[in-house]
Design a binder for this molecule. Structure first.
Ligand SMILES: Cc1cc2nc3c(=O)[nH]c(=O)nc-3n(C[C@H](O)[C@H](O)[C@H](O)COP(=O)(O)OP(=O)(O)OC[C@H]3O[C@@H](n4cnc5c(N)ncnc54)[C@H](O)[C@@H]3O)c2cc1C
Length: 354
């Protein structure tokens, strides 16, 4: 007998886990099929903050997505009885007087949420540090583990085979499963999806390390073109870089050395690397996610392309997607595959390099 469910979700990274949670909160049944291959969520540092650092402006939809993410992760922690959402002040290095001027001007313009400190507690400097109060990190492995546990028997660890999906008038059939629709949350493997691979992705590779640094402040997150997230015992999550020319998943010794050199030079201390991994961010050319339905097939939907902001954007757009489907709420035009602007690109990088 086939399992009958409202929605079959493919992929259990941040997107799939949030989609499953929001669907269940809305009283819908859900089955998630996922494997663990090439999962950006397992590489990500989990950092979140609301600033576009170069211009010192609030990021896209910050006033909506941040309160929603706070509320959602706090509720999930209560329901699942676990702790994975860690708000923490972030300090940003101010390299010169010019940037100090920009920072101070923007502080006045943006109002609360930003601060300025005369002293830099990470390196000798007379240009100070900026302070971002609304920041933190998500312990993504713990979060995903809790989500999997909460799904129980509705989580199937397997690779989804696109060729076995039958599109019917009133839904979809997949061996052993009948559903109203499939919601694809496959991250970069969207490139292998016969219905959605046409969407213009622009994935970016990055390195993330766990490092040990003696004698440095562990009070807050430090950002100086790289980030250091304190994990305790003088260890930190450290990263990252963006590369669009190499999209394999192998840790790059060369890129890691460049990052470590920059870190050691900035803080003037020796750094010991304890762990190193690398991955590819599923990102769109226009730096917006995709959330909505296929232009031709109402049984096929997508939630993807969260770029470097999966922690904060995935809860919000999973919720928006559910409201769009259930209540007909209009989806933000920039993210809806039926209406979003397809940028003119020389080369479509919807590609997947194992
Ligand atoms: C180096 C690096 C650093 C990052 N740092 C941050 C950060 O600090 N903060 C932040 O917010 N974001 C960060 N990100 C981005 C973040 O990782 C992504 O935005 C987010 O993880 C995307 O989640 P996702 O669920 O869309 O994709 P993924 O996490 O890639 O999950 C997709 C899932 O689908 C499964 N899947 C795909 N195809 C199939 C199939 N056919 N059958 C079965 N399963 C399938 C995969 O196995 C995987 O489990 C970082 C990413 C990288 C690479």
């Amino acid at each position: 007998m086939a399992i009958e469910t409202d929605v079959l979700v493919v992929g259990h990274g941040l997107a799939g886990a949030h989609a499953a949670y929001q669907l269940q909160q809305a009283g819908k049944s859900v089955v998630v099929i996922s494997d663990e291959q090439y999962k950006a969520s397992s590489v990500a540092a989990g950092l979140w903050h609301p600033l576009r650092i170069r211009s010192v402006e609030w990021s896209w939809l910050a006033d909506e997505v941040f309160p929603f993410a706070h509320q959602t992760y706090s509720a999930m922690e209560k329901v699942w009885g676990a702790h994975f959402f860690h708000p923490k002040t972030m300090v940003h290095d101010i390299p010169d007087l010019n940037f100090q001027g920009v920072w101070k001007r923007q502080m006045e313009k943006l109002g609360s949420g930003l601060g300025f400190r005369e002293e830099n507690s990470y390196r000798p400097s007379d240009t100070g540090m900026g302070e971002i109060q609304e920041a933190g990190w998500l312990d993504i492995p713990t979060f995903l583990q809790c989500s999997k546990k909460a799904l129980g028997g509705n989580f199937i660890e397997a690779t989804f085979d696109y060729h076995q999906l039958n599109l019917k008038e009133d839904g979809v059939e997949y061996p052993g499963i009948k559903a109203q629709m499939v919601l694809f949350c496959e991250g970069n493997r969207i490139a292998l999806n016969p219905w959605f691979s046409v969407l213009p992705m622009n994935p970016a590779k990055g390195e993330v390390m766990k490092v040990k640094i003696e004698g440095i402040s562990e009070k807050e997150i430090y950002h100086a073109g790289f980030f250091l997230i304190p994990l305790g015992d003088q260890t930190f999550r450290f990263g990252s870089n963006f590369r669009w020319d190499r999209l394999d998943w192998n840790p790059s010794e060369e890129d890691a050395s460049t990052l470590i050199e920059k870190l050691e030079k900035t803080i003037g201390r020796k750094v010991e690397v304890l762990e190193h991994r690398s991955g590819v961010r599923p990102a769109n050319h226009s730096r917006r996610p995709f959330a909505g339905f296929h232009p031709e097939y109402n049984q096929l939907a997508i939630l993807n392309a969260f770029g470097s902001k999966g922690v904060i954007l995935a809860p919000f757009f999973a919720h928006q997607w559910v409201l769009h489907w259930k209540n007909g709420k209009e989806m933000n035009k920039e993210v809806n595959p039926k209406t979003c602007k397809m940028p003119k690109i020389k080369e479509n990088k919807t590609t997947f390099v194992p």
